[in-house]
Design a binder for this molecule. Structure first.
Ligand SMILES: [Cu+2]
Length: 506
């Protein structure tokens, strides 16, 4: 294995700035490393520190003040091995309180990082120690669950390796997607709430379903009519940039790969409000995992990736090499971002930040074809709770079963789902709005078991997209006691109330 390990370590180098229209991957070595791949380890992990801290990125030629989750070596996020202890000290070097959620892991409830629900915030200059077994294996991520910090890019990869995968002779490449606006998140949110027409940060489409109580502006009335006509809706916020590993296509990360080699792409949608299609360009891939959990492989060149979801895609590079952009196309628009896989000496063409034609809306087409490699054990659900996803657009309020969750006072909220340990629990998300909602359950992985009431044995995952006017049913085994968040992962929808609690009862 020593050859394979050293090859992976060698290939883990990323290359720097794209200058002019073309560049060879061995010409520029100046770029910052986004994520450091780690070689397989056999000994237990040492305690690690992760700092929540300020960072400055250059985005569209301007300095962008953002936040980050840095290891001591200065790279974002972390990787480790399944079942090893997650022994991490989170140090808050920000000027504000924070709380970090380990998205995709199944930690004990009090280490899940939801302020006011599972733990107190971590104050500036304070730290919090986490110690629990890392599982499940897979492509996961970490992000702030405090306020609107996720829109400051306080999010990073969290890769949990399975030793069985590490025996494969393939290179791993992490692709972390974000959306960024120079407008402060508080202003973006305030504008969404005010519904002032003509604000540039607000998307064309503003969803509306339930009749509001306030008086409608002309824009709202137009929107109501548009919604009544059944026009699809996406993208509440038009961001200034879409990032792949913190960079735009003006200066993409170029990852050196080997002619004829195999690459496992671990792609994470860490956006606050943007769904993407992953486009492999000239390459064909094999989708092998969703949200870290293995699926029966599906071949393809384009895969939907909703907010907070992850996919693992295995690609085979041709023996004559070349440069291969791996793009993320913003849903229902022309913008795109991505990285470039390039073999030694390949010429790299600049890829524009806008596509020539708009992409469509994400659908459940792929979801309905997915099948878990390790489905839940065959068992009837002990209970099913219906969660109706609703909106009140006179106030940009997002609801579940008529209730807007008050994120400023989570302790005051009554749980909408009550379960007992050992139960098989169904959650049926019924989306009554015209806009899609990526719904995430904390502390568990669930299996998708029905789309619009058609039963099937779908993927095991932790975030499922529920498109407008569709329903998706998931089931999970209640095996991790506590009080857990279930919520829409559009940051603006969460802030505006689209969340509920799952309570374990004795
Ligand atoms: Cu939503």
């Amino acid at each position: 294995m020593s050859r394979g390990v050293s090859r992976r370590q060698f290939l883990a180098t990323s290359f720097g700035a794209l200058v002019g229209s073309t560049l060879r991957p061995d010409q520029s070595l100046s770029g910052q490393l986004y994520f450091l791949q780690q070689a397989p380890r056999t000994q237990p992990a040492l305690a690690t520190t992760i700092q929540a801290t300020k960072r400055t990125l250059e985005i569209n030629g301007k300095a962008a003040n953002v936040m980050g989750l840095l290891q001591p070596n200065g790279t974002q996020g972390m990787s480790s091995v399944v079942n090893e202890p997650f022994r991490v000290t989170l140090e808050n070097k920000l000027a504000v309180s924070t709380a970090i959620h380990w998205h995709g892991l199944h930690p004990p409830n009090n280490e899940d990082g939801v302020p006011g629900v599972t733990q107190p915030v971590v104050r500036p200059d304070a730290s919090n120690f986490y110690n629990f077994p890392l599982r499940p294996a897979g492509t996961h991520w970490m992000h702030s669950h405090q306020g609107l910090q996720e829109a400051f890019l306080l999010a990073a990869p969290l890769i949990v390796h399975d030793p069985a995968d590490q025996a494969r002779d393939e290179q791993e490449v992490v692709l972390f997607l974000s959306d960024f606006s120079f407008t402060p998140p508080k202003e973006i949110y305030a504008k969404l709430r005010q519904k002032s027409p003509g604000m540039s940060v607000i998307g064309e489409g503003e969803p509306l379903t339930m009749s509001g109580t306030g008086s409608a502006t002309p824009a709202q009335t137009a929107q109501t009519m548009k919604m009544a006509a059944g026009t699809p809706d996406a993208n509440d916020v038009n961001y200034d940039a879409y990032l792949a590993n913190d960079r735009t296509l003006n200066d993409p990360e170029v990852v050196k790969v080997e002619k004829g080699g195999r690459v496992r792409l671990r792609i994470i949608n860490g956006s606050s409000g943007t769904n993407f299609f992953i486009d492999l360009g000239a390459l064909t891939g094999e989708l092998i995992a969703t949200d870290g959990m293995p699926v029966k492989p599906i071949q393809g060149g384009r895969f939907p990736l909703a907010i907070a979801q992850r996919i693992d895609v295995r690609v085979q590079l041709p023996h004559d090499g070349g440069a291969f952009p791996i793009l993320a196309l913003r849903e229902f628009s022309m913008e795109q971002t991505g990285i470039v896989l390039a073999t030694s000496g390949a010429q790299i063409q600049r890829v524009p930040a806008k596509n020539s034609s708009p992409s469509g809306l994400l659908t459940l087409g792929l979801e309905s074809q997915l099948a878990a490699a390790k489905p839940l054990r065959d068992k009837a659900a002990d209970q099913v709770t219906v969660l109706r996803l609703q909106g009140n657009m006179s106030r940009y309020e997002w609801l579940i079963n008529g209730q807007a969750f008050d994120v400023s006072n989570p302790g005051s909220q009554q749980p909408q789902v009550r379960v007992k340990s050992g139960q098989r629990v169904g959650l049926k998300f019924v989306n009554e709005t015209p806009m899609s909602h990526p719904m995430h359950l904390h502390g568990h992985s669930f299996q998708v078991v029905a789309i619009n009431d058609r039963r099937f044995s779908g993927a095991v995952r932790d975030t499922v997209l529920v498109p407008g006017r569709n329903s998706v049913t998931v089931e999970f085994d209640a095996n991790n006691p506590g009080l857990w968040f279930v919520h829409c992962h559009v940051l603006w929808h969460l802030e505006a109330g689209m969340a509920a609690l799952v309570q374990y009862e004795a």
